[in-house]
Design a protein around this ligand. Structure first.
Ligand SMILES: *Cc1c(COP(=O)(O)O)cnc(C)c1O
Length: 386
C-alpha cells in the first residue's frame, strides 16, 4: 500500500465544489445570504432555536464565554482531555482555568469528580462561573447530572461539541441545549462536516443570540433606531461594546451548507467503521472505545488504550512507518507548558494522565474502506508483538 492513510480526512464532493463556485460568482463573499441559510439549516438539523456562525469553534468558545459574562477573576473549568481551545477561551477573558478529571471509559468529565470538586470550591469560594463540557470523540457526558450541579452551584454550561455534530444524548440531538446555555461546533476539516474553517454556536436564548451576533462583528449594531428611536440614515452604525471580527464568509458557509446535507450519511458510515474495528480488535491487549447506553456517538475519533503503556511509542511508530498515520488525542491540557506555568503539575488529574499514556487514535473518516480497516488491524496486531 503506497498511499498513506491519514487519521482523518474531509469528504468533499463535486456538489460541494459547485456550491462554493456559485458563491464566488455571486455578489457576496464575506458574511451574506449563504451564512443566513447555513445558520437556518444548522438550527433545523440540531433543533436549537438559534445558530450563530463564526470563523472557528475557537472563536465560538471565546464569544460564548463573553456572552455568558465570564470576566477577570472568574473561574472556568473544563476537561483536561480536550483540545487546548476548550481551556484557552477562559484565559482570553481573563478568567482562571481549572480542570475536572475524566471518567476512564468515556473520557468525558466525571460527574462524581465534578461534584466533589464543586463541594470543595464552595468552601474555598472558588466556584466556577462557566463549565466547558467536551463531547470527547463524539459522545456526550452525563448532561442531566452536570446540569443539576450547575443549578445547585450556579454556573453556566458551554458544550464544546466540536466532535459531536450528528450525535444524540438520551434520544436528543447534541446541541439542542436542553441542559446547557450554548453549544459550540467546529467545521475544521478533520471534524464531522467541514466548511474549510468555521464554527457555529447554538442556543435557545434570544438575548444570548443577539449578544453573540454583535460580538462577532466588532460590537457594532446597525439597527440604531432600536436603541435611540431616531432615523439617522442608512449609513449609520454604532459600536456598543468591544467585539471582534469572528465572521464566517459566504464561501465557507457554502461548503458547510452543502456538507450538512450528508450529516446523517457521514455519521452512519463513521459508526459502521467503529463496529468493524470493534470486531477486528476484540482479542488484542487493548481497550476499544466505550459508548454509553445513553449516547449515539458521532464517532469523531476511534481511540484505543493499550494494556501496556510501555508499548505506546513503539506501536505508534510502527504504524506510522507503515503509512498508517495514527495520532494521539490529547496530551492533557494541564501538562502543556503554558498551563504548567500557571501552577499545574504531573499527578493533578491521574485518570486523564493514565489514559494519555496508553492512547492511540486510529484512522477514521467516511472514505476509509473496510479493507483499509483490516490492513490497519493486521499491522496493529503485529506491532503489539514487537
Ligand atoms: C477542533 C476542536 C476545537 C477547535 O476548533 P476550531 O474550529 O479549529 O477552532 C475546539 N475544541 C475541540 C474539542 C476540538 O476538537
Amino acid at each position: 500500500m503506497a498511499k498513506s492513510i491519514p487519521y482523518a480526512r474531509q469528504n468533499v464532493t463535486e456538489g460541494d465544489i459547485a456550491a462554493v463556485v456559485e458563491v464566488l460568482n455571486s455578489d457576496y463573499l464575506t458574511q451574506g445570504p449563504v451564512v443566513d441559510q447555513f445558520e437556518n439549516q444548522v438550527s433545523l438539523a440540531i433543533g436549537a432555536k438559534y445558530a450563530i456562525a463564526v470563523s472557528s469553534a475557537t472563536a465560538g468558545l471565546h464569544l460564548a464565554c463573553l456572552a455568558l459574562g465570564l470576566d477577570k477573576g472568574d473561574y472556568l473549568w473544563t476537561s483536561p482531555i480536550t483540545f487546548v481551545a476548550s481551556a484557552n477561551c477562559g484565559v482570553y477573558c481573563g478568567a482562571s482555568v481549572d480542570f475536572v478529571d475524566v471518567d476512564s471509559k468515556t473520557l468525558n468529565i466525571c460527574p462524581k469528580a465534578l461534584g466533589q470538586k464543586l463541594k470543595k470550591a464552595a468552601r474555598d469560594h472558588t466556584l466556577p462561573s462557566v463549565l466547558v463540557v467536551v463531547h470527547m470523540a463524539g459522545q456526550s457526558p452525563d448532561m442531566q447530572r452536570i446540569r443539576a450541579l450547575g443549578e445547585k452551584y450556579n454556573f453556566k454550561i458551554i458544550e464544546d461539541a466540536s466532535h459531536a455534530m450528528g450525535g444524540y444524548h438520551c434520544g436528543s440531538k447534541v446541541g439542542i441545549c436542553e441542559y446547557s446555555d450554548v453549544a459550540v461546533f467546529s467545521f475544521h476539516p478533520v471534524k464531522i462536516v467541514t466548511a474549510g474553517e468555521g464554527g457555529v454556536i447554538t442556543t435557545n436564548q434570544s438575548d444570548i443570540c443577539d449578544r453573540l451576533k454583535r460580538l462577532r462583528s466588532h460590537g457594532i449594531e446597525r439597527s440604531d433606531f432600536v436603541y435611540h428611536k431616531v432615523d439617522n440614515g442608512a449609513w449609520y452604525y454604532e459600536q456598543l461594546e468591544l467585539g471582534y471580527n469572528y465572521r464566517l464568509s459566504d464561501i465557507h458557509a457554502a461548503l458547510g451548507l452543502s456538507q450538512l446535507k450528508r450529516l446523517k450519511e457521514i455519521v452512519l458510515r463513521r459508526n459502521a467503521i467503529r463496529k468493524i474495528y470493534d470486531k477486528l480488535l476484540a482479542n488484542m491487549p487493548l481497550a476499544t472505545p466505550v459508548v454509553d447506553k445513553k449516547n449515539d456517538s458521532s464517532c469523531h475519533l476511534y481511540i484505543i488504550q493499550l494494556a501496556d503503556e510501555n508499548k505506546r511509542k513503539a506501536v505508534f511508530e510502527y504504524l506510522r512507518s507503515n503509512g498508517i498515520l495514527v495520532n494521539v488525542h490529547y496530551i492533557p491540557v494541564h501538562l502543556q507548558p503554558f498551563y504548567k506555568a500557571r501552577g499545574f503539575v504531573n499527578g493533578d488529574f491521574p485518570v486523564a494522565e493514565n489514559y494519555y499514556k496508553r492512547a492511540i487514535t486510529l484512522p477514521l473518516y467516511p472514505e476509509l474502506t473496510d479493507e483499509e480497516c483490516i490492513f490497519i488491524a493486521e499491522h496493529l496486531k503485529k506491532s503489539l508483538k514487537i
